[in-house]
Design a protein around this ligand. Structure first.
Ligand code: ADP
Length: 202
């Protein structure tokens, strides 16, 4: 299985055993691409936020940087009205996409890796599932995820990839409303880890 350049996009896409560059989970197409989540044109992109919802580094910084101040002001309103203590780990909320190509941003908080004995796997799966539930509640059909928790939060990427793909597959099986889920992997190493998990699991 060889990744292949997609003309003009600067992304690579995994040609899976389907031979057509994606995998079907029921009626939902699941794609892995190497790239930058702020460039995606899906209905929503998911932000690997922190509880404060006030921005940060990594994906969070890239989304707020490219999306502009409208996203932050909606986040501030969500903090004021719904989550004065911050968004709990594993939960998800939605804002507009500001200047991004995606119309919406779904903000979720993944777990910090503390060695594996602190409920990390359940919380990571919850972050994916709750993001998809928010997409469903808002009638969205396409969504792009980054590799939640595997940057500053230190979650080992091989484990995270398996949990992410299983959580998404499980949710899609129960709620077959999505046309497409894209995993946008920033580094070659992350892309390879997700590719391996996909072929191992299916
Ligand atoms: P967390 O705090 O949940 O670990 P990070 O944003 O620090 O989130 O990192 C999550 C993953 O996202 C890391 O693998 C990181 O390399 C990747 N990443 C960073 N910037 C981007 C981006 N612009 N698009 C997609 N993925 C990104």
């Amino acid at each position: 299985m060889q990744p292949r350049d997609v003309a003009g996009t600067g992304e690579t896409v995994l040609w899976t055993c389907t031979g057509v560059g994606f995998m079907m989970f029921g009626r939902t197409r699941v794609r892995l691409v190497r790239g930058d989540i702020t460039h995606q044109e899906t209905d929503a992109v998911v932000n690997a936020a922190n509880s404060s919802l006030m921005g940060g580094g990594g994906v969070d910084g890239a989304i707020h940087g490219a999306g502009g101040p409208a996203i932050l002001s909606e986040c501030m309103e969500i903090r004021r009205t719904r989550y004065p203590e911050g968004l709990p780990t594993g939960e998800a909320v939605i804002t507009g996409g500001g200047d991004l190509r995606a119309r919406h941003v779904i903000h979720t908080v993944g777990p910090v890796w503390r060695g594996g004995g602190s409920d990390e796997e359940r919380l990571l799966a919850a972050a994916y599932r709750n993001s998809l539930r928010v997409a469903q509640e808002n009638g969205l059909k396409t969504i792009a995820f980054p590799s939640i928790s595997t940057g500053a939060y230190g979650y080992p990427v091989e484990k995270a990839a398996r949990t992410a793909l299983s959580a998404v597959e499980g949710f899609i099986e129960e709620n077959p409303f999505l046309d497409e889920v894209v995993f946008v992997l920033f580094s070659e190493g992350d892309y390879e880890a997700y590719s391996r998990a996909l072929t191992e699991l299916w």
